[in-house]
Design a protein around this ligand. Structure first.
Ligand code: B1M
Length: 217
């Protein structure tokens, strides 16, 4: 039997995403787990790297919408294998987060990674899904009284919806009850500041670390 190194397995996983190889991805993820590669390295340094390349191919007209959809499905199959290893389950709840992808935006893979890692870190997570209008965020904050509201947007045309959510929370008198964090490929710290969010996260790991820093003590 040939034993592969960590980088070699992660490269195979990245390539499987790029090649839309939905049949191989579960086996490769399991192989990586059996080689003791930390599950979130498999997500961040394997599958997510592949997604970046898929995005570039789409921009270069090498891939089209059908390939984007297939890449999304392939990553989801990989996540199914990894989720049980990412979740620890028995932790005492450290805080509550309401999260969703904003109105008009259907991208949920990155948000789902954030949800999984937040749950693994002991947060109670209320996931509102995709295409979430401001009223629904407001309603969820009233109902669940979270410590944190997290929003995801992957499109430059939908990131503006984040500002609408913050405005709606202000109008409902709820803005100061929560910390607000935003994330997604087009999001910058400058944008977060401009719209009055408390933080922007580059990736899921940074996002979870910021959330942890808000609830500790
Ligand atoms: Co779309 N898409 N897509 N897509 N898609 C992008 C985003 C795009 C950059 C591709 C490209 O052109 N290079 C481009 C946006 C261009 C722009 O706005 N500037 C684009 C486009 C144009 C579109 C459509 C308009 C295409 C069309 O219909 N012609 C359409 C829009 C649909 C809609 O939303 N209304 C569309 C559709 C889709 C699919 C449905 C086919 C599919 C999504 C499937 C799904 O999510 N269920 C899809 C995909 C897969 C992509 C790419 C290739 C990959 C996104 C992804 O899942 N990445 C993407 C290209 C790219 O991003 N480079 C692209 C992997 C994921 C792990 O990373 O989501 O960035 P990401 O999340 C990261 C961080 O951003 C961060 O942490 C995550 C993990 O580290 N993060 C947070 C995200 N949210 C956070 C919240 C936080 C914290 C961190 O809060 C605490």
């Amino acid at each position: 039997m040939i034993i592969m190194g960590m980088k070699e397995i992660l490269d195979k996983i990245k390539d499987a995403i790029v090649n839309l190889d939905i049949d191989s991805i579960p086996k490769l993820c399991l192989e990586a787990i059996n080689e003791n590669i930390p599950p979130y390295d498999i997500v961040m340094n394997g599958m997510a790297k592949g997604m970046e390349i898929v995005g570039q191919k789409y921009e270069n007209n090498e891939y089209f919408l059908a390939e984007l959809i297939m890449a999304g499905e392939t990553m989801k199959e990989g996540m199914k294998v990894l989720e049980p290893y990412l979740k620890s389950g028995e932790l005492k709840k450290v805080g509550k987060v309401v999260i969703g992808t904003v109105k008009g935006d259907l991208h949920d893979i990155g948000k789902n990674v954030v949800v999984t890692l937040l749950s693994a870190a002991g947060f109670d997570v209320i996931d509102l899904g995709v295409d979430v209008p401001p009223e629904k965020f407001v309603q969820a904050v009233k109902e669940h009284k979270p410590d944190i509201v997290a929003m995801s947007a992957l499109l430059t045309t939908t990131m503006v919806e984040m500002e609408s959510v913050i405005k709606a929370l202000k109008e409902a008198g709820l803005r100061d009850n929560v910390k607000i964090i935003i994330g997604g490929a087009p999001i910058t710290k400058e944008f977060a500041e401009k719209i009055g969010a408390d933080a922007a996260a580059r990736d899921a790991v940074e996002g979870v670390n910021i959330c942890k820093s808000w609830v500790k003590g």
